[in-house]
Design a protein around this ligand. Structure first.
Ligand SMILES: [Zn+2]
Length: 254
């Protein structure tokens, strides 16, 4: 941290370092706001974490109704006529990678080896498997860094995500695409599970809800992630994927 301004911890993903405090909030302001939220929370004085169900602040109606778009996101993910399926999947996945990377960068300074000693989402712990298939326990920021570095490498590899006319997608494309989406889901799950309070304090939960909903309807449309994998967040997915009645639409203008 330099002076009173937010800095994002450097890592191998270029987008992390490009991120600046878009909202213009200083770290001090964010920390003060987080402090207020934490004081209001049901955390017991002995420091023990509250029971699981109490922690799901993101399921509260006040939170789930905050979005940044007011149309049905399902319309956005359907394969347009005359567009190649793989092209569509590749372009959407690259966009989701950039947006999820950006959303994570807004809370990355709160996601440290101390605060997040394991990569968790809804009581699930994710382990990283290295290139040789060896299971490794790592902290959440390490895990996210592994994910973002791997995905960055894949989406910029011309042999896997070809951008030049006439170049074919490889046979491994589908499997890699599914792998990327699975990892990106883990990152979104971790933001909701471990960094929702900070996201609310920065008033970025509308963005998070919209991004999450768009991502879920996309992976469902093309069956990209095993429903068993995403079932840990089904409670949220069901609420968010149901369009709001017109009177409850609290889209804010920015
Ligand atoms: Zn974290």
């Amino acid at each position: 941290m330099v002076g009173d301004h937010c800095t994002i911890a450097g890592d191998s993903s270029s987008l992390h370092s490009q991120r600046t405090s878009k909202s213009g909030l200083s770290c001090k302001m964010v920390l003060q706001a987080v402090g207020k939220v934490l004081r209001k929370s049901k955390t017991k004085p002995n420091g023990k974490k509250p029971p699981t169900e109490e922690k799901k602040q993101y399921l509260e109606a006040e939170c789930t109704k905050v979005r940044v778009v007011d149309f049905d996101l399902k319309e956005l993910v359907v394969l347009p006529r005359e567009i190649d399926l793989n092209e569509w999947l590749a372009s959407n996945t690259t966009t989701f990678f950039n947006l999820i990377n950006l959303q994570y960068s807004t809370i990355s300074e709160f996601c440290t080896g101390d605060t997040c000693q394991a990569m968790t989402a809804c009581n699930t712990v994710y382990y990283w498997y290295d290139e040789k298939g060896k299971k490794t326990k790592c902290t959440a920021p390490q895990y996210v860094d592994f994910v973002m570095s791997l995905v960055q490498k894949l989406v910029t590899d011309e042999d896997i995500f070809p951008t030049k006319y006439g170049k074919e997608f490889p046979t491994a494309f589908e499997a890699l695409q599914r792998k990327i989406c699975r990892y990106l889901f883990h990152v979104l799950g971790h933001i909701y599970w471990a960094h929702y309070r900070e996201t609310v304090a920065m008033d970025l939960h509308g963005h998070l809800n919209t991004l999450y909903t768009h991502f879920i309807v996309f992976i469902r449309e093309f069956n990209l992630v095993d429903p068993k994998e995403t079932s840990i967040m089904d409670d949220l997915s069901e609420v968010l994927c149901t369009p709001l009645p017109p009177t409850e639409n609290h889209v804010t203008e920015r």
